[in-house]
Design a protein around this ligand. Structure first.
Ligand SMILES: [Zn+2]
Length: 399
């Protein structure tokens, strides 16, 4: 079954050089007056609409823009409860602290599987309706061996990009025994979670885990066959980015407080396919009223930048990649092209995925149709539901 998607006002392809999907995405690239053919769940043809080949069925975009689906490379979706009172207090002047995670841990532990599964389904539906076709999902609100194992198993029901985040915070029952908790995370908990996970992550921050602890968690995860990523430099300057680059992590996430040495380390961490991406999460700064990360400084240094939501019940409860694009453009001074690239191709780089984030020939047919003629509308019309249709592996749904 092939599908011709035609009369596309602007087709953002981020096509790889030589259109080789094995390389992953290339730089921002777009065609006007374009068409695209999907066959067997893959992109089979792109080019001028007038030259499009025949297909089994056709979709007329009526001049709307078509983009690669968003790749949300940072989300915490396995949880119960909510923290709107904490948000309201924060907006009234109470600062965000990592320890707020503990209230979600208590609610998550107490919740039956069906409650967690229903919450996960609701959030992933929300994401798809907003154009997200690939999402990463972390554990980290269980913090016992069975609760973390349950979280990664539930996450694996909705995405292949599952991250074990046992090292989110030290749970209350290990208050006086950090070393004991780290032994648990790097031992039995990792053993129980690794079969369901692709990634290991650690919250390297004052109030969470220090540089040595974070490095130990990443090394244990790596030894168990997991790829590495890290929460770094969110609440203040710290060692997280250096730990990430030293460990060869795919991504250092947050990057709000960086030294020149941190920026240099990210810039010289390797080519886009194997270096460390800086994943910026502007929904967090929006929701915590912290200063936004300096995207222009990272881009000027040649760092690969991704944008993601960090959807979680505490510091940022949005599932909207269009909001993140709008914030990146308005508040972080990224161009509309940079922001859209970072929310699609950048996310793919942060997940070491070569098959998504772009619409080169052979790429996964993950794409969205906008109610607007160009990608710029995502930032130009903030908070407006612009996604008219989404294709995931060639399967169309309409929000
Ligand atoms: Zn996070």
């Amino acid at each position: 079954m092939s599908t011709l998607i035609t009369n596309i006002g602007e087709l953002v392809t981020n096509a790889a050089p030589d259109d080789d999907p094995g390389q992953g995405p290339g730089p921002f690239a777009a065609l006007t007056g374009a068409a695209l053919v999907i066959d067997e769940g893959r992109v089979a043809w792109t080019g001028p609409a007038g030259q499009a080949p025949a297909a089994d069925e056709a979709v007329d975009c009526r001049g709307g823009a078509v983009l690669p689906g968003f790749v949300d490379s940072h989300a915490h979706l396995v949880f119960a409860g909510e923290r709107s009172a904490e948000f309201a207090a924060r907006m009234a002047g109470t600062p965000y602290q990592a320890g707020g995670i503990r209230s979600t841990v208590a609610a998550t532990r107490a919740a039956p599987d069906e409650v967690l599964r229903a919450n996960l389904a609701r959030l992933t539906r929300e994401m798809l309706a907003q154009g997200t076709t690939t999402l990463e999902c972390k554990s980290g609100y269980g913090l016992t061996v069975p609760d973390e194992a349950r979280a990664v198993a539930l996450a694996a029901e909705v995405t292949p990009e599952v991250t074990f985040l046992g090292a989110h915070v030290v749970p209350p029952e290990y208050e006086g025994d950090r070393a004991g908790y780290l032994d648990l995370v790097c031992g039995p908990m990792l053993t129980a979670c690794a079969p369901h996970a692709r990634w290991v992550d650690v919250f390297c921050e004052r109030g969470a885990f220090d540089a040595d602890e974070a490095a130990a968690v990443l090394a244990a995860g790596h030894a168990a066959g997991l790829l590495t990523r890290i929460h770094a430099n969110q609440l203040g300057p710290g060692p997280g980015v250096q730990v990430a680059v030293t460990a060869g992590a795919a991504s250092a996430d947050h990057c709000t407080y960086l030294s020149d040495a941190d920026v240099d380390a990210l810039a010289s961490s390797g080519p886009p396919s194997s270096g460390t991406v800086a994943t910026l999460l502007p929904g967090v700064e929006f929701s915590t009223r912290q200063p936004y990360p300096d995207a222009r400084r990272l881009l000027a240094a040649g760092v690969t930048v991704a944008l993601a939501t960090d959807c979680n019940p505490g510091s940022c409860f949005t599932s909207s990649m269009p909001l993140c694009v709008a914030l990146a453009v308005r508040e972080m001074r990224m161009t509309t092209q940079e922001a859209v690239w970072s929310a699609t191709a950048g996310g793919a780089r942060a997940l070491r995925r070569s098959d998504v984030g772009h619409l080169s020939l052979g790429a996964r047919a993950d794409l969205m149709l906008l109610d607007g003629p160009s990608h710029t509308y995502l930032a130009y019309r903030p908070a407006v539901p612009l996604i008219r249709a989404v294709w995931q592996g060639g399967q169309m749904s309409r929000p």
